[in-house]
Design a protein around this ligand. Structure first.
Ligand code: ZN
Length: 684
């Protein structure tokens, strides 16, 4: 493994943080934490931690010993100083004398010892760091180390490779007992440079940031060198397994989503988001004849269980007819849930007062297709996916060297149902659209972005369809970061189909469609060319139909209802001079909305529309506002507020209207007006 320490970078960190009044030691602590965190063969998603012991002055101007340690919720790759809060060392060291300390009291003491009470909770491995008499302590769950220590003869292997330079600590769950045991191992041989925590990971330490980091790289490299001696026949086979292209993701993924979802008491569905992983290594791994044996032993390091559960579901769909696929997927998921319940009932006696977690798998392994990683949000699904990819690497290497083993069900249960994780569940509040996938056409225009903002705020995943490259480039960062953007000409039926197929591939399905793209063609109806009328029909009618058809197809497979929302216009019911080419196809779209209402209500699919007017956007441009206000002899403001409420209607008002309709569980076939009041445009 490459040692990425560079003196020049180290100096730059010191310089940068000096300006913020941060010590050289802490600057270097941040630097090597970044080096470790950015290497995903060492650290993934909060799965490691670092610390620094130093002195500081308290408010009484007294010198006190403190330790900066990683706070929970921070990612080592991008950590900054608030993510390494300082705790006073003295009270932590006092616990060495105790024979017992439960997790709640331990966390409480750690919080009480924080110098800044607003800091995040210090890591659960804080005491382990505190007890060691070294300035810098580094901890990772390095892949190569795990392949070596997830073995039945782990101690023997460690002794052979690391000699007596690393202390060996038997597996116990992180907390006070592990901190004490680790310290005891240290006392037996104070010449060590770190520890192997069996079935868990590695610690190194040193008196400088560089020394501790160098040791981490040194021992991980030793492990890598050992592994390289064994040929990895699981992921690097000669006969590379091909993806079976007969397995259509547009059929498989919505059916999996269907069978994972459950109906809430209020009639809505609890839904899941996917992250599909496919590459040559994964395909080879999934095709191995012993897949079931080595993937059913548990996780590669205990804390993965929170994200991936202990075992994946293996779906062997190879010989299943398409018309039996739904039944088969349902049966396999139900079997998985029954086994999960058994595991819960057998092991619940080991942890007091547990709340049973849902029994759905977080990883589904489908040979010749890929790994479906599952979460309530894309973020959660991606984390499960990253952990799955690391697991493929670690287990395949472990199986090449010997036999992969993990901790017992009882021990894995203690991590999965760790009281502090369970406490989080009690206060966890999910946004109302969590688990939903919303597709918005005309997504990067003013109205599209306002709709996106509302749906993101309420927890939905959002995909924007946009044909204007300029608009795509200009998408504000607060939205671009959280959505997927697909270039799509919605007047082209095949492009629409392809876009929706991509959405299914990226997220698993579609739940809410907002057909928003539109443009206002003009012309005196008696004289207007057929070309203009046809162009307008393409975008203002057919594009709505193409998108609805593509989404309906997926929604029916999911069988969890769905929402179709259309941006119509007041022109559809209240025609304006020369706006025939715009209003006529939109009037058809209004009836399109009603037709979907009629024919798909029985599937729980609702269909509604918004009639908005005079919103600053790609249709109502500054230029248009100027010329209109001039011709009416009013100011621009008067023109824009020319409604019964005398208020300008904003794009965000339209976004909120779409959100309201998406949430109105018993409303279908409705038009909501967002025009500040216009009696001529009222529906009757
Ligand atoms: Zn750990």
């Amino acid at each position: 493994m490459k040692n990425n320490w560079k003196n020049i970078d180290a100096k730059n960190y010191i310089k940068k943080y000096k300006e913020k009044n941060i010590s050289e030691d802490l600057a270097l602590r941040i630097y090597t934490t970044h080096l470790l965190g950015k290497n995903n063969e060492l650290v993934l998603h909060g799965g490691g931690n670092t610390s620094l012991k130093t002195t500081t002055k308290n408010i009484f101007n007294e010198n006190i010993d403190v330790m900066h340690v990683k706070g929970s919720g921070w990612d080592m790759g991008i950590i900054d100083y608030p993510g390494l809060p300082a705790v006073e060392l003295k009270p932590l060291l006092k616990t060495k004398k105790l024979s017992k300390l439960n997790d709640f009291d331990m966390v409480n003491l750690q919080r009480k010892s924080l110098l800044d009470s607003k800091s995040p909770n210090p890591s659960v491995e804080t005491l382990l760091h505190a007890f060691l008499p070294f300035k810098f302590v580094d901890h990772t769950h390095a892949n190569a180390i795990l392949s070596l220590i997830d073995q039945p003869n782990d101690v023997e292997i460690c002794k052979k490779i690391f000699g007596n330079k690393l202390g060996i600590v038997p597996y116990i769950i992180p907390g006070f007992d592990l901190a004490k045991l680790t310290y005891q191992v240290f006392k037996e041989n104070e010449n060590i440079e770190g520890f192997i925590l069996l079935k868990h990971g590695i610690f190194t330490f040193g008196n400088t940031a560089k020394e501790s980091y160098d040791r981490m790289i040194k021992y991980v490299t030793k492990a890598e060198k050992e592994l390289i001696k064994y040929k990895n026949n699981i992921i690097n086979t000669k006969k590379n397994i091909r993806k079976n292209n007969n397995f259509n993701h547009e059929i498989i993924l919505p059916l999996i989503r269907k069978n994972l979802s459950s109906k809430n008491k209020d009639g809505t569905y609890l839904k899941w988001i996917f992250d599909l992983r496919v590459n040559q290594k994964i395909l080879n791994y999934l095709d191995h004849s012993n897949l079931k044996i080595f993937t059913n032993k548990g996780t590669v390091t205990p804390d993965h269980v929170i994200r991936t559960k202990s075992k994946p579901l293996i779906l062997n769909i190879k010989d299943i007819d398409e018309n039996k696929l739904d039944y088969f997927i349902n049966r396999e998921i139900e079997k998985y849930k029954i086994n999960y319940r058994k595991y819960y009932l057998i092991n619940k006696k080991f942890v007091k007062n547990t709340i049973e977690l849902d029994g759905n798998p977080r990883l589904i392994y489908i040979p010749k297709f890929g790994i479906v990683a599952i979460g309530r949000s894309k973020k959660e699904a991606k984390i499960a996916g990253d952990l799955a990819e690391a697991t493929v690497d670690i287990i395949s290497k472990a199986e090449s060297l010997g036999k992969f083993t993990s901790i017992s069900d009882k021990e894995i249960f203690k991590v999965e149902y760790w009281p502090l994780e369970q406490a989080k569940l009690k206060t966890l509040k999910r946004a109302v659209l969590t688990g939903n996938i919303t597709v918005i056409s005309g997504g990067c225009g003013a109205i599209g972005l306002s709709i996106a903002r509302e749906f993101l705020k309420h927890g939905s995943q959002v995909v924007l369809l946009e044909n204007n490259t300029n608009n795509i480039k200009k998408t504000p960062e607060d939205i671009a970061k959280f959505v997927s953007i697909l270039k799509c000409d919605v007047t082209n039926k095949n492009e629409v189909k392809k876009a929706i197929s991509n959405v299914v591939n990226m997220y698993g399905g579609v739940d809410i469609m907002i057909s928003n793209a539109g443009a206002a063609w003009q012309g005196e109806i008696g004289k207007v060319s057929e070309k203009i009328l046809k162009e307008s029909f393409d975008l203002n009618f057919y594009a709505h139909q193409y998108l609805s058809q593509a989404c309906i197809d997926i929604m029916l497979k999911q069988n969890t209802g769905g929402v179709l929302l259309f941006n119509i216009t007041k022109q559809a019911i209240n025609p304006g001079n020369n706006f025939g080419p715009y209003g006529i196809p939109k009037a058809s779209t209004l009836f399109l909305m009603r037709q979907y209402t009629l024919e798909y209500g029985k599937f729980g699919i609702r269909s509604n529309g918004v009639n908005a007017d005079r919103i600053r956007s790609g249709i109502v441009t500054e230029k248009m506002i100027s010329s209109r206000s001039k011709s009416r002899n009013v100011s621009k403001e008067e023109y824009m507020t020319g409604n019964l409420l005398n208020e300008e209607v904003l794009a965000e008002d339209v976004g909120k209207a779409f959100l309201t309709l998406a949430l109105a569980k018993k409303t279908t076939g409705d038009i909501m007006t967002v025009d500040g009041g216009n009696i001529q445009a009222v529906l009757r």
